[in-house]
Write a protein that binds this ligand. Sequence first.
Ligand code: ITT
Length: 199
Amino acid sequence: MKLLVATSNAGKLVEIREILAGIALELLSLREVRLPAPDETGATFHDNAAQKSTICARQSGLWTLADDSGLCVDALCGAPGVHSARYAPTDQERRARLLQALRGIPEEKRTAYFFCAVALSPPEGERILRAEGQVDGSIALEERGTNGFGYDPLFLPAEAPGKTLAELDSTEKNRLSHRGRALARLRPVLERLARDGAV
Ligand code: ITT
């Protein structure tokens, strides 16, 4: 049973493969099926995840999983939020812009959370199964760590005091992360898909 993972983000793809390991599904990337990443025009993480899963399912004729995620910073009224990937051109520039936006804001006011919406669509594209996950924490004063991707070197999860997500190994990150939690909730459905070929 094949499952298309509708992401163009290499970091996400690695994590999704690790998190879903052990489920008898052959995970295919957009590159492997030669499809472009669809545009994201939704106002919410769930809208964007559903948009990506339905469009790519119809285009590929495969069961399709999509992830829309981002970092919401309280002192910035929830920004960069759904615009996290478009906050600046590269991961490094996005982190630099975030640090700049929070310059002078003290540690106790740097609270933030990562949110992840996942959507699963059948080949016809119309039915959508959703799940979500969140991890609370705060934005560090400077970057630390080399694991993970994106904003990981700046995010201090409340559940791992003193460490950024980029200082955790992948098992530890996936255990507490927004993506790990969203996919843990979808796991029974994906196991049924692997077993029965439908959900
Ligand atoms: P796809 O839409 O092709 O999946 P994308 O990178 O455009 O890839 P999103 O629109 O969901 O994905 O944007 C998510 C952005 O939020 C991503 O580019 C990162 O900058 C950030 N992000 C999401 N999850 C993250 C994580 O676990 N660690 C660090 N940054 C993360």
